[in-house]
Design a protein around this ligand. Structure first.
Ligand code: SF4
Length: 359
């Protein structure tokens, strides 16, 4: 197993997908792409990647970017702590390394939001340092190659597999080797199904394939069930002189979706009357209430099951800390987390009725 590099690299040269961050693997490009690809498919992340780089082409630009603009560039990708950590790290890189990521695994690993995997990816792909980059895809490939039946969610097992990976990384082309293993996991040694062993360059030496156990690997302890929360979301629309506006507010600085905009919402499923009363408690009076469709959003540990109401607001108390936003502001400035997408996609229609966008 130590010498899988030649066959794997040969396969990768012939079969790899052409991706922009592979074609121009500067440290910043690799870093950004790896952070975006955590929890996001390549096809979904690509437009974000292009747009992000068009606005913030280098680390100094990222370091000084306005937070609102940063969130807007990330809108729809979710897990906003990723982009906040990117910026925190960018500031440190500007202060300590002249705006360039350091060519040193330990120094990369010490930056906010950069774990073993991302540090390994940047170090090997951009700087040619022979260290492993073990993400979920690579863990699965390794568990199958080695016919490992231990629970890969256990840190000791992960560490043992990462050590094996480190032994396999060649001194020449470590970045290509790591990318090849990831690509193999993404396109051939697929999760939750029978892997395509007949297409695999490593099948001759794969212990899981030989034992007929590959499809059952890796072994993972069952995840803890997510907590289900019932919530009611209000879409409060007010006709103002300048046009229609929707009420948004900021979430607190700590916890879930910290610091992001949200549609007003509260725990529990409210009736229409209770929704009206809740709107009043926010300073917005409405005579009528329209039920909206139900929504659902899955976070890592929590699931929101949402009911929604649209309330045309007759009048509101100024001074409350919400913000009335136009369709233009929503499109250009404010990032609304995808947890609210069931209701957010109604907003352009609700705000632009009668052609009044009121920017
Ligand atoms: Fe995965 Fe099959 Fe290749 Fe083994 S032979 S690494 S199980 S695709």
């Amino acid at each position: 197993m130590e010498n899988i590099a030649p066959a794997l690299l040969d396969w990768f040269y012939k079969n790899r997908r052409i991706l922009p961050f592979r074609e121009d693997p500067t440290p910043y490009h690799v870093w950004l792409s790896e952070v975006m690809l955590q929890q996001t498919r390549v096809s979904a992340a690509l437009p974000y990647y292009e747009r992000f780089l068009a606005v913030l082409p280098d680390i100094p630009a990222l370091a000084v970017c306005d937070e609102e603009k940063l969130h807007k560039l990330w809108e729809g990708l979710g897990y906003y702590s990723r982009v906040r950590n990117l910026q925190k790290a960018a500031k440190i890189v500007c202060e300590q390394y002249g705006g360039q990521l350091p060519a040193d695994y330990a120094a990369l690993r010490a930056l906010p939001g950069i774990g073993d995997y991302t540090a390994g990816a940047i170090a090997s792909i951009s700087f040619g340092i022979p260290v492993p980059a073990v993400d979920g895809n690579v863990l699965r490939v390794l568990a199958r190659l080695l016919d490992c039946h231990d629970d890969i969610t256990r840190p000791a097992v992960k560490k043992a597999l990462a050590t094996k990976a480190a032994e396999m990384v060649p001194e020449d082309f470590p970045g290509m080797f790591n990318q090849a293993l990831m690509e193999l996991g993404q396109t051939v040694c697929l999760p939750n199904t029978v892997p395509h062993c007949l297409e695999c360059p490593l099948c001759g030496g794969c212990a899981g394939c030989a034992a007929g156990t590959a499809a059952d690997l890796p072994v993972r302890a069952p995840k803890k069930a997510r907590r289900v929360e019932q919530r009611t979301v209000l879409v409060l629309i007010c006709q103002m002189a300048a046009g229609r506006r929707v009420l948004l507010r900021r979430r607190g600085e700590k916890g879930l979706l910290a610091g992001l905009w949200e549609l007003p919402n509260t725990q529990g499923w409210l009736s229409a009357d209770e929704a009206q009363a809740y709107a009043r408690s926010l300073g917005a009076a409405a005579q009528t209430v329209f039920p909206l469709e139900e929504g659902r959003h899955v976070f890592t540990h929590i699931e929101w099951h949402m009911k929604g109401f649209m309330l045309p607001v007759d009048h509101f108390s100024p001074g409350w800390d919400g913000t009335w936003m136009s369709a233009g502001q929503l499109a250009e400035e404010a990032a609304l987390p995808s947890a609210f997408r069931t209701y957010a996609r109604l907003l352009p229609g609700l705000l632009e009725e009668n052609g009044e966008t009121g920017d």
